[in-house]
Design a protein around this ligand. Structure first.
Ligand code: CMC
Length: 431
């Protein structure tokens, strides 16, 4: 909302501009620079968008200094403690907690869409067996726009709704099929009598040859991982989804773009990179060597699973998952797994090290989610697909919010051009 009492004055090159300011419901004020280029013939420069608000949003709020994460105003620790993933999906998509009746209706709508078009199986079979499941997910989700033509018209609110439900419902099926394909095992179809997390675990770990019982503690931990990753404000993949959507691209294409962005090791790929790093460290006695490398300016190595662009004291999602990690490890009786022992010792060593303390580098959500997923029996390559399936609802909520925004414009950043200025073409024989 525009703050009539506050403006920012910018003086440069003998010009003075008064820039309006807006106040959020909570958090820092923003200076509105939309007319800056038109009135001042200058751009702002902010690679990495560290000081730039790119949109209005009412979905998620983060206070990185205090370690606060709110969805529609509700703190993440209350949601993980008292709610569950599908209810949080409803909250993110529609803005309020559902009544018992609307939750039942929502769960039924999601459940009705868990199966994939049978012909889509051919897509999976076209990939090499050793394809990374994120590569498969990016391809298969993008391909959904070739199968579900009745939900690609972004100007039709009904089609937008159907596409949203389809993606929340089908993403676990797609991720589990990508997993099964790599294992050389038959695809397991969804079971609609199971809750969202149990259904996913069953699709991943059951085989036709024997019965599979989902352990409720593992299902609870899985649901927590989904809930904790459901949305996270304007991070790289969400901004990618918004940027792709700003051109009017169909929802499946936009989410495929988000999945591709999430894959990177600085973002969703960090949980895989973290477990691989724990494997590389190998034993507790090698931790000092790796800590020294992480601190060495001339070595590109970083401690994966540590640090965050926004959280500068602690990651509230990590606090919740640390608890779950302890629970799962105890249940499975694998506290003595060497990677997990390295993880515990590394966490302690980094938290006590002045470099990590001074730079406020704490274990993030990916550190603990990797440990839990490893203990559950997922290979590291499945960690980021699980993040992607959890985050899909956040991407969709942000995409829908953007389309409803009357101020929507195609995203088009500018640049600080540092290249050659005008020069004449030289024929190849004269170069
Ligand atoms: N290990 C060692 N040093 C680090 C690390 C790390 N993990 N993270 C940051 N630093 C140092 C960095 O070298 C820099 O030092 P200096 O000021 O001396 O140049 C300082 O801390 C600030 O780093 P930055 O790169 O400016 O911070 P950023 O906000 O741009 O980066 C980050 C955030 C998450 C990309 C980074 O901390 C990182 O690469 N962490 C490891 C990857 C990781 O775990 N990513 C998952 C993030 S949580 C999941 C999600 O939300 O996507």
């Amino acid at each position: 909302m525009t703050n009539k009492t506050k403006t920012a004055t910018l003086t440069f090159d003998g010009k003075t501009l008064e820039l309006p300011m807006h106040s959020p419901s909570v958090g820092p004020d923003v200076i509105d620079i939309r007319k800056l280029y038109g009135q001042g013939d200058v751009f702002t420069y902010d690679p990495g968008f560290t000081s730039t608000a790119a949109c209005d949003s009412s979905i998620t709020y983060i206070d990185g200094n205090q370690g606060i994460l709110l969805h529609r105003g509700y703190p993440i620790d209350q949601l993980t403690e008292k709610s569950h993933y599908l209810e949080v999906c409803y909250l993110l998509l529609y803005g309020e907690l559902p009544t018992a009746e609307s939750l039942e209706d929502f769960e039924m709508r999601v459940t009705n869409h868990t199966m994939l078009h049978e012909q889509m199986m051919n897509f999976f079979r076209g990939f090499r067996r050793d394809a990374h499941p994120m590569a498969i997910m990016t391809g298969v989700v993008g391909a959904m726009s070739a199968f579900y033509h009745d939900s690609t018209d972004i100007n039709d609110p009904h089609q937008r709704e159907v596409a949203s439900i389809r993606m929340v419902a089908k993403m676990p099926t797609i991720a589990a099929m990508a997993f099964k394909y790599a294992q050389g095992q038959p695809f397991v179809y969804p079971r609609n009598d199971l809750d969202y997390a149990s259904n996913f675990l069953r699709m991943c770990f059951s085989v036709p040859a024997e019965e599979y019982e989902v352990d409720p503690i593992l299902a609870r931990a899985m649901d927590r991982i989904f809930t904790l990753h459901a949305d996270h404000e304007q991070n790289a993949s969400t901004s990618t989804v918004r940027l792709a959507g700003s051109s009017g691209a169909n929802p499946f294409a936009c989410i495929a773009a988000g999945i591709a962005c999430l894959w990177g090791p600085a973002h969703g790929g960090a949980n895989q990179a973290c477990l691989e790093m724990l494997g590389e460290i190998g034993s507790v006695d090698r931790i000092p060597e790796f800590i020294a490398r992480a601190k060495d300016k001339n070595d590109p190595f970083r401690l994966m699973g540590f640090g965050h662009r926004v959280y500068k004291n602690f990651d509230p999602r990590a606090t919740v998952l640390k608890e779950s990690a302890d629970e799962v490890l105890e249940l499975l009786g694998i506290e003595n797994n060497p990677k997990l022992q390295v993880a515990k010792a590394l966490e302690k060593a980094a938290l006590e090290d002045p470099y990590f303390k001074d730079k406020k580098l704490f274990p993030n959500v990916d550190f603990y989610s990797g440990i839990i997923l490893e203990a559950m029996g997922f290979p590291t390559s499945m960690f980021t697909p699980i993040f992607a399936l959890s985050r899909t609802v956040g991407w969709i909520a942000q995409w829908k919010e953007m389309l409803d925004d009357p101020q929507l414009k195609i995203g088009r950043p500018r640049q600080l051009y540092q290249g050659e200025t005008f020069r004449d073409y030289v024929n190849v024989e004269d170069r």
